[in-house]
Design a protein around this ligand. Structure first.
Ligand SMILES: CC(=O)N[C@H]1[C@@H](OP(=O)(O)OP(=O)(O)OC[C@H]2O[C@@H](n3ccc(=O)[nH]c3=O)[C@H](O)[C@@H]2O)O[C@H](CO)[C@@H](O)[C@@H]1O
Ligand SMILES: C=C(OP(=O)(O)O)C(=O)O
Length: 421
């Protein structure tokens, strides 16, 4: 297994180029199942989850070629409708093939994803919505077996909770359904906006893009001609490097971003007394005299993202005072706390609230274990300011979602090396 060794306290400076968004690219690859043509997708991040999703497309009978950050995907020959456990267990986003395959073929089988390190993460809302569109769903031997021999029919779906994956699955299913589907309480994340725009650019009528009510007029199983596109920049990768600048209190420019997507992150950094300069495609974090504490509540976009919670917790250890972080989306997304404690942080957990006493002492490098993707990046951030050497184990989590992390950090002056144990 591979691990990272980081020697802390280096001065950082320079520019980081942000890759395409994993969480936009995954549903966009799933949406190629709606198309009859080959689609060229640019700005794909070179991360394990993308390769896993492409492998899933190939297992279903689709084809792809990938060169650098561009893939050409064609699903016209799909002849298998089952997403098996071996793939789903490594990548929960596999559930995103359910809507498009069911809509196109009238049946689909997807292994139940089960829980993961950050919580139970049920998919009941995806299933309930598909049932409202006419699907019959049974759970059999750990598989979701969905059928709709007559095709899916447009329906009014009112989501009990805002769900990113649920909204994506239903938008894709609705694109090939018959009639109009209205999604009320839809998620509004930029990743969903891009998915809707790509499907709309193929001629599907979608009203309300970027709002919490989406109205999709389906094609009644007529496959789409989807145009080539580039994946939007990764706002979570960008936010992570913004935190790298902040935690080391150095000036770093984060390039190739959409600053609007970073508003919630920028505003929390400003509350922590950092100046954040913006132009059309970059943000620059400037050092501050005093890092101030912050109070954060995670919520849906455009609020503060749960995917940035762990990184801000690492940053809060360097603040002059006590910060609080309330995790409202996932019941178990605090696995990084015990590892930050091993580095010397002073953090108390009470239910879904973490209290972080900043500057209670210096962090000291040691061995720590990554437990999920963003927990891993929080440990990397903490290691950048810890005294001495930190070894971060189980970095396969990190590789799911950060392209060339060592390369990007090394370029701005960090001492990061990968080893095999
Ligand atoms: C690949 C991808 O884009 N992953 C993101 C996506 O995950 P994902 O799409 O899984 O997250 P959801 O928005 O669906 O989950 C939000 C909340 O709703 C609950 N829920 C969801 C579906 C359902 O059927 N029933 C149910 O109860 C979940 O357990 C969670 O508490 O959005 C999350 C919330 O912004 C991010 O942290 C993930 O990085
Ligand atoms: C939780 C994440 O991803 P996933 O939903 O794929 O587990 C993430 O990107 O932070």
């Amino acid at each position: 297994m591979e691990y990272l060794k980081i020697l802390g306290e280096n001065k950082l400076s320079g520019v980081v180029d942000i890759s395409g968004a994993k969480n936009a690219a995954l549903p966009l690859i799933a949406c190629t199942i709606l198309a009859k043509n080959e689609i060229k997708m640019g700005n794909l991040p070179n991360v394990v989850d993308i390769n896993t999703f492409l492998k899933l497309i190939a297992k279903l009978g689709g084809t792809f070629t990938k060169e650098g950050n561009t893939a050409k995907i064609c699903t016209s020959l799909i002849n298998n409708t089952t997403a098996t456990y071996d793939i789903v267990k490594t990548m929960r986003a596999s559930i995103l093939v359910l809507g498009p395959i069911l809509a196109r073929f009238g049946h689909c089988e997807v292994s139940l994803p089960g829980g993961c390190a950050i919580g139970q993460r049920p998919v009941d809302l995806h299933l309930k919505a598909l049932e409202a569109m006419g699907a019959k769903i049974v759970i059999n031997h750990g598989y979701i077996e969905a059928t709709a021999p007559e095709g899916l029919k447009g329906a009014k779906i009112v989501f009990d909770k805002v769900t990113v994956g649920g909204t994506e699955n239903i938008v894709m299913a609705a694109a090939l359904a018959s009639g109009v589907t209205t999604i009320v309480n839809a998620a509004k994340e930029p990743e969903i906006v891009q998915l809707c725009e790509v499907i709309a650019s193929a001629g599907v009528q979608i009203e309300g893009i970027g709002t919490s009510t989406l109205k999709i007029t389906g094609t009644n199983k007529e496959l789409l001609e989807i145009k080539d596109f580039d994946v939007i920049p990764d706002r979570i990768e960008a936010g992570t490097y913004m935190c790298a600048a902040a935690i080391t209190n150095q000036k770093i420019k984060i390039n190739n971003v959409i600053p609007l997507h970073l508003d919630a992150i920028t505003s929390k950094l400003e509350e922590m007394n950092f100046e954040v300069l913006q132009d059309e495609t970059s943000v620059t974090i400037l050092p501050t005299d005093e890092i101030k504490p912050v109070n954060i509540i995670t919520t849906e976009y455009p609020g503060f993202p749960t995917d940035m919670q762990a990184q801000f917790m690492a940053l809060a250890t360097q603040a002059n005072g006590t910060s609080t972080i309330d995790e409202r989306l996932f019941e178990n997304r605090f696995m990084h706390v015990s590892e930050l404690l091993r580095l010397g942080a002073d953090i108390h957990l009470n239910g879904n609230t973490a209290t972080i006493n900043g500057k209670s002492g210096t962090l000291n490098g040691t061995d720590v274990m990554a437990t999920d993707l963003r927990a891993s990046s929080a440990l990397v951030l903490a290691a950048l300011v810890a005294k001495g050497e930190t070894s971060i184990h189980r970095i396969y989590h990190l590789d799911r979602g950060y392209e060339d992390l060592e390369g990007k950090l090394t370029k701005i002056g960090a001492d990061v090396k990968r080893f095999t144990e």
